[in-house]
Structure formats: C-alpha cells, structure tokens
Design a protein around this ligand. Structure first.
Ligand SMILES: [Zn+2]
Length: 506
C-alpha cells in the first residue's frame, strides 16, 4: 500500500527524510522568468524535478499552500559570520530566507583555511562563501599598525603570495574596503597588482570603493579601470551616494557603469534597502582630518543628518548609545559638528586606555542617502541585493531581504516579485561565481525559501533591531529544514562554498 506522510507547514517530521515533494507552490525559479504553479522534488539535498509532479511511494509531502517557493536568498555582502560562529543556527540569516552568505567583505577576511577549521568544529545552518580581504592581507604583510601607506615591493609580493594561496583554497576573489584607513593609503597600482592575481586565478573583485561621497566619481572610475585592466568580473558593493549635494546623480553613475559594460567590462553592483548606513564615525571625514571643525561642519551639512543618525555603540559614554548626534550635542551644549569631533576624540582616548577592548568602541547608524537614488540603483538590472548586516545595531542584519519584498515589491512596485527574487538569488550567484545555487533547477542544491508575498514584512528597526520579519514561512538548506514557525531549527547543513575554476565559466 502506498503511504504518504503528510507534513503541515509546522511539521518538523519532514526534516528527517531524504525524498521530499513540496507541492502546491508558486515557483519563482531565480531566473527572473514568470512564476509557475507546481511542485518541487528534493532528493539527497538536490532539486531533482520541478513541474506538475505526482507523489511517489514513501515520499514525504509538504503542502505549500499556494505560497511562493524561491531559491534560498544569497546575501552578496554579509557580516554575519562572527555571529554564526557563536550561534550556528543563524537566526538573523535564516529568518530572512537567506541560505548563503558571502563574507570577507570591505577588505577584511578570515583565511579559507580557518573558515574550514571552524566549519569542521562547528557546523552551521547556512552556506558561507568568502572573498580574500585586501586590508587583511596588508595587516599580515605590513603589520597591523603600519598600514597607513602604500605597500613596498616586497610587501606587495608577500600579499600576492597570501592571496594566491587563499584563492587556490577556494576564495571567490579579492575584496577591498578602500574607504577604510587600513586600505585608503594604498596606491591604485597596489590594488591593480593584487586584482590581477585574483583575475589570473579565475577569481573576481568586489569593492567598497574609495569614496562614497566627495570623490565618488574617481572611486567609480577606479573600479571600472580594475575591470578593464584585469578583464575579470568586478562588483561595486553596497552602491550608494552618501553626500547630499550629489543626491539625484544615481542615473549618471549608472550611465558610466552601462558604458563600461558596453566596452566589455563585466561590472555589477549590490545594494541594501535602507537610506542610512552603519559604520564608524571616522568615515564621516573623507580627508581623515578628525580634529578639523570645518570638516565636521561639512559632514553635518553633506554626509549625514545629525537629527536622524544614532550612535549604535559608544563604549566611552554608554548612555549615548541609542541617542541621535543632535540629542547628544544638546546634552553637551555644543553644535553637532563640535560633538562629532568630541565623540571621535573620546573614542580615540578610550581605545588608547583600553587597547584590548573587545567589541565596537563606537559605531553610527547614519542617515545619509536619498530614497530616489536607492530606487534607481536597486532597479538597475545588474544590481543584486545584500544586507551588509550583522546581528548588531542596524536593522538590516535582520530585515534587509524581507524589506525588499515588502517595501520595493508589494508597496512601491519598484520591482516585480520575479525581478526581486532574481536579484536575491540567480543574479548574485552568477555575479559572484557561486555554482549550483540561486536557481530552482534539476541538479541544483535544494536551498529554498517558502514565503507569503502578501504578508512578508521586515520588522527590525533602530529601536528594535532584532525583531524577526513576518511572512518567511520555511527555509531549507541542502533539503534540510533550518527555519519554520519563526524559529531556527537544529539542522546544520551549511557548507563552505569553494570557488572552482569551472565556476567562472558564467
Ligand atoms: Zn562596506
């Protein structure tokens, strides 16, 4: 007698079995093509068939209730790894429907070797891929406190060797965070030489570019040039215009990227769906003159709004955490610019007095972008979605992907649901060279998310940054359920994704 085990949406029984059929779902396959109603069969962690499928004997059946089934989301720029190491169930990640995070961003990475060791010691719920960070290479080759200059020839050779080794072990390519002090003083030629090593190994380049404000145009030119010289795919990560007098110029930036593409340069972008960023107070000083009142006044005028920008960490004066810069300046009886200088000074003094302090001494969630630019960048056909999040103070760490589905698909209709899913899955897999993921296709990994497009909603905010999104119903990694009923489950099927030469055949 044929017997089917029936799983409800809450059924945890489904976890144990190998052959599963998810029926009655609207399939968005990650390609951007139209939705189809049907079923998806999972066998041995892979998608084996899709379409109008009949149940087979012994198969576990999951009734999808007409909800959307999509490839698990791929976070093109994530800082969740530190959290994941401590909390392998990865709630901030899986609760967004994310099944793969791409780490090693902004120039900072752990070596593939150490990631591998951690994976062996402590399996995690989701997949992880990494880039090799330029700043980490610099710290290794030049010394952690001696990076505020361009590298010497022999240091550059040492960095190349380290990079080559990490690429051979599976890193996706080179990442840079050229706006940060650890890399800001590197010459363009240093970056190009390292990028060439990544290109020679069949890798890629992803960059937090050298400026997102006063010299944004030069910084865009720098990444285009790297793509041109090395001929490898390059991605401008968390694309933004962080300077008020340049707001509205997103179209002009995209024209330059499109014109580069016309010249055969494979340049793409990713974006997170918020008009405020999260970083250090020091990045508000493009000229790195942290005691210059004029520069502080420029920052207040151009790069962030003190009334809508909050300290999300501040170790020297703990009650400043959660306050706006404006509120702090009122408490101190200063202008916002004076307060900005004071905060940086206090942080520096604290750092000096507590050199071994663990955690962030200071961090700001700063309102500094225009909604119109975000929409223009997000709608570009070559832009994928990222969170740039961790489990900290910016709500993007828990809300980015559901927010795109709620705010930019259902509420504003900036994107169709098909487009948005494509930007969260297949597009990012192709742009970053991640094979066997990002599409619902036979032979692909059974990383999947079931969600309700009518109710999906991010709930994380500055006040409550860890609130879980609604509407993400179930999440599978390699066919194992990792999230259901707003809870992370016990399965740890995540793998460390390694670039193979074939993966660059896209
Ligand atoms: Zn960044």
């Amino acid at each position: 007698m044929r017997r089917f085990l029936l799983c409800s949406l809450t059924g945890l029984l489904c976890m144990a079995a190998q052959a599963q059929l998810i029926t009655g779902v609207t399939i968005l396959d990650g390609s951007g093509g139209p939705a189809r109603v049907g079923s998806v069969r999972i066998l041995d962690g892979k998608i084996s068939e899709t379409g109008a499928l009949q149940p087979k004997a012994g198969e576990i059946i999951m009734e999808g209730g007409g909800l959307v089934l999509a490839p698990g989301f791929i976070d093109a720029h994530s800082h969740h790894w530190g959290y994941l190491r401590e909390h392998p169930e990865g709630l901030p990640v899986v609760s967004q429907g994310i099944t793969t995070i791409v780490v090693g961003q902004d120039g900072f990475s752990d070596q593939v070797d150490s990631l591998e060791t951690w994976f062996q010691q402590q399996p995690v719920a989701v997949n992880v891929a990494t880039f090799t960070g330029h700043s980490s290479l610099r710290e290794e080759a030049m010394g952690a406190t001696d990076v505020f200059r361009t590298a010497t020839a022999s240091e550059l050779e040492a960095m190349k060797e380290l990079l080559r080794d990490d690429l051979n072990k599976g890193s996706l390519g080179l990442s840079t965070g050229l706006e940060y002090e650890e890399a800001f003083y590197s010459s363009r030629e240093e970056v190009v030489s390292l990028a060439q090593v990544a290109a020679d190994a069949g890798g890629r380049y992803i960059s937090h570019i050298r400026s997102e404000d006063i010299t944004l145009e030069d910084a865009v030119e720098e990444i285009i040039r790297i793509g041109d010289l090395t001929r490898m795919p390059v991605q401008l990560t968390h694309i933004k215009i962080g300077m008020a007098s340049k707001w509205g110029e997103a179209g002009q930036i995209l024209e330059r990227l499109d014109s580069a593409r016309t010249r055969g340069i494979d340049i793409t972008a990713d974006i997170y769906p918020y008009d405020f960023w999260n970083s250090t107070l020091r990045v508000l000083f493009p000229k790195r003159d942290y005691d210059n009142l004029e520069s502080a006044e420029f920052a207040v005028r151009e790069t962030f709004n003190p009334g809508e920008s909050y300290l999300v960490a501040f170790a020297p004066v703990t009650h400043y955490k959660g306050m706006t810069i404006e509120a702090i300046s009122q408490e101190r009886g200063e202008t916002a610019a004076e307060t900005l200088l004071a905060l940086i000074r206090l942080a520096a003094e604290f750092q000096e007095a507590h050199p071994n302090f663990e955690g962030s001494v200071e961090a700001i969630a700063a309102k500094g972008m225009s909604e119109a630019d975000i929409a223009t960048f997000m709608a570009w056909e070559h832009t994928g979605i990222c969170s740039d999040g961790n489990a900290g103070g910016h709500p993007r760490g828990y809300g980015a992907f559901p927010r795109v589905l709620a705010r930019y698909v259902r509420d504003s209709h900036l994107l169709s649901l098909e487009e948005a899913v494509h930007k969260m899955t297949g597009l990012t897999a192709v742009n970053l060279g991640i094979a066997q993921k990002g599409f619902i296709k036979p032979g692909y990994d059974a990383d999947l998310v079931l969600f309700d497009p009518e109710t999906v909603q991010d709930r994380a905010s500055i006040e409550n940054p860890h609130a879980l999104a609604n509407g993400i119903k179930m999440v599978w990694v390699a066919g194992k359920l990792v999230y259901a009923d707003q809870k992370a489950l016990d399965a740890r099927p995540g793998t460390l994704i390694k670039r193979t030469p074939q993966q660059n055949a896209h």
